[in-house]
Design a binder for this molecule. Structure first.
Ligand code: SF4
Length: 322
């Protein structure tokens, strides 16, 4: 499989400023030495609690925010070193679907104008081409062309997310970051949007980073699963391997939090206690040791590496890598 993205040693440390003097009094360690490959035509599910760094990683991969250090190679070329003009093509090929369809569409613009905007930004002015493309894409997303003459407030959350998805795929992207695209929607609508994304992935040969805190949706849509905790990938594996043979105690805890009718008696239940620690003051050693029921003395002192369990499975835990 060809790598579309290679993320290498990515760090995002936001300075925390002193209110009075504006001096830097610390950092929020949002991403710490993240290494991640995304393969062409896959959906990589990225899961973790709020504050684990999932959205920051998605934004850094799209260069919507500039990381503190590290590299993001797209088709072998580092996009972080490129200027605005050089990024033009990348901006067409890599798109973002936002979490909240109520916030992501300008309420003052008609849907036609919202969908026309990406063409204008990329200096595409052929009105016939634009209109044909908009009508084609809007029908891909299951909407009729009558919606084009209406305003966002006239639509339900699911319809708005379909419009947001239409906007994201207008310029024939190769890659989409879908950042919690269904978490603001009713459960009954979530399945429709997830199925739409799966259809579009097949139809348009898309590669996707699908960010969610919901493991049941990740299980449904993803080809591989990566788990983040306090700015680090702690486990990554192919979907089947992950759901049948997860190793990291944090992955186990996330899976234990998913309600199931028949209990898996193989695994000891781990129920997460308390909140994720502040990324401004992360624990030393293994970052999960303050909540891990298996923590040993070494976990408080040494930091585990993300190591191979097998060809398709990596885990960051001393107990899994012995
Ligand atoms: Fe738990 Fe130690 Fe493994 Fe961290 S390294 S997950 S604290 S057992």
């Amino acid at each position: 499989m060809k790598k579309l993205f290679e993320v290498k040693k990515l760090n995002m440390h936001y300075p925390v400023l002193d209110g009075l003097m504006g001096n830097i009094k610390g950092y929020v360690y949002a991403l710490n030495n993240v290494d991640l490959d995304i393969y062409e035509n896959e959906i990589l599910g990225l899961v973790g609690e709020s504050g684990s760094g999932k959205s920051t990683l998605g934004n850094c991969i799209l260069k919507l925010i500039v990381p503190t250090s590290g590299n993001v190679l797209y088709n072998g070329t580092d996009i972080l070193g490129k200027d605005k003009k050089e990024l033009n093509n990348f901006r067409k090929e890599a798109q973002l679907i936002f979490q909240n369809p109520y916030m992501s569409l300008d309420p003052r613009m008609k849907i036609y104008d919202i969908l026309k905007e990406p063409f204008l930004i990329h200096k595409i002015k052929d009105t016939k081409f634009i209109n044909e493309k908009i009508e084609k894409i809007i029908s891909y997303t299951g909407l009729s062309k009558e919606v084009l003459d209406r305003y966002p407030h006239e639509f339900s959350g699911g319809q708005r997310q379909r419009i947001a998805i239409a906007r994201a795929i207008l310029l024939n992207p190769k890659f989409i970051v879908a950042d919690e695209p269904v978490s603001a929607l009713d459960v009954s609508i979530q399945a429709q949007i997830v199925n739409l994304l799966l259809e579009l992935k097949e139809h348009l040969n898309l590669t996707m980073l699908f960010i969610s805190h919901d493991l049941s949706i990740i299980k449904y849509i993803s080809d591989r699963v990566a788990v983040m905790y306090l700015g680090e990938i702690v486990e990554i594996a192919e979907k089947k391997e992950f759901f049948e043979n997860h190793k990291h105690p944090y992955s186990q805890a996330l899976l234990n939090a998913v309600p199931v009718i028949s209990e898996d008696k193989k695994n000891k239940k781990i129920i997460l206690q308390g909140d994720i620690p502040s990324p401004q003051n992360p624990p030393k050693g293994c970052k999960f040791h303050t909540r891990c029921p298996y923590a040993i003395e070494k976990c408080k002192i040494e930091h585990p590496e993300l190591l191979d369990i097998n060809e398709n499975h990596k885990v960051r835990c001393f107990l899994c890598n012995r």
